[in-house]
Design a protein around this ligand. Structure first.
Ligand code: NAP
Length: 288
């Protein structure tokens, strides 16, 4: 079930946006229009509507977000404007112009008080402001029940682009800086390339009457410490990593936020990579 789609992608300079840009030539039947923040600020509602009227897309992939968890606590107004109010605006415009909305959300909509992976239907309860704004964004899409639209929750995203946990650990190792990593935080790392490919598969193959939530992450669960250890192993660094247990931080993060990929796995005609295998691929892609 592949159609020719006209696709607007927002947040094109972010790590996920740049990954979609990289793979877009693998989907020649679709016409992608990539917009970074400078070209299309999603908080500028009039501009967003003008761009939609001009391009007349079938699909909007929203990769734009305020993703700095710590800064979200201090800059509540802007985090809420980008992750919540602007997403509500996008959802309303998609409703008005009959556009499919593909939106990304986070494992941080959960409180982390569990020890088994979260399913799409599990109870949400964000414990920081970033998680709260992302949940509100999700809700606007679900409330309008946009046809053939997806809220895709992902976790611990890494890629060869921008800054992320993997690149921070590699940078520290290269610069000889001590590496201190939390032991009491567990999740599923996700390679942006896998996320983008699976999202494209969903877009091309899944139709539903309303909006639906999907979890997408790589397979497997680890602690931040185990993640960091593998990053050093795969980049041939033998630097020591110091574990720490942070329970007193001002900004709370879920202790366990791995996402179950059972639902998505049943829909795919390929297997999702284990996080270690995708980490190896990403490191190869960085040409270290
Ligand atoms: N990174 C993670 O670990 C993680 C985990 C779970 C879920 N997610 C979700 O996955 C999605 C993609 O994340 P990512 O890691 O690719 O984020 P990212 O690298 O921070 O990219 C987000 C992009 O959005 C842009 N942006 C910010 N405000 C905007 C605005 N008003 N209008 C248009 N663009 C704007 C940013 O531009 P500037 O950089 O110029 O501000 C940036 O290029 C997000 O929805 C995020 O919440 C991420």
């Amino acid at each position: 079930m592949v159609n020719n789609y006209k696709i607007i992608l927002t947040g094109a300079s972010g790590q996920l946006g740049r990954t979609f840009l990289k793979i877009s030539n693998k989907y020649p039947s679709h016409l992608f229009h990539f917009f970074s923040k400078g070209d299309l600020d999603i908080t500028n509602f009039q501009l967003v509507e003008n761009v939609i009227k001009n391009i007349k897309p079938n699909i909007i992939i929203n990769c734009a977000a305020y993703t700095d968890v710590n800064s979200s606590e201090k800059n509540k107004k802007i985090a809420n404007l980008i992750n919540n109010i602007s997403v509500e605006n996008l959802a309303k415009l998609c409703y008005k112009y009959e556009i499919r909305l593909i939106h990304f959300s986070t494992d941080y909509v959960f409180d982390g008080n569990t020890d088994s992976p979260y399913h799409e239907t599990d109870k949400v309860n964000p414990i920081n402001f970033y998680g709260y704004t992302k949940l509100m964004g999700e809700n606007s899409i679900l409330k309008l029940n946009l046809k053939d639209s997806f809220v895709i929750r992902t976790s611990w995203l890494f890629s060869e682009y921008k800054t992320n946990f993997v690149k921070k650990i590699i940078d520290k190792a290269n610069l000889g800086i001590d590496i201190r990593v939390k032991e009491n935080e567990f999740g599923s790392p996700t390679y942006a390339l896998d996320l983008a490919r699976i999202t494209m598969y969903l877009i091309q193959n899944i139709k539903n009457e309303g909006a639906e939530i999907f979890n997408i992450s790589n397979v497997g669960i680890c602690s931040r410490y185990e993640f960091a250890k593998k990053i050093l192993e795969f980049t041939n660094h033998n630097k020591k990593i110091y574990k720490f247990y942070d329970d007193n931080s001002d900004i709370k993060r879920p202790i366990f936020s791995a996402l179950s990929t059972k639902k998505i796995s049943k829909l795919l005609n390929f297997k999702i990579n284990k996080w270690e295998d995708s980490l190896k691929l990403m490191i190869k892609e960085m040409k270290l």
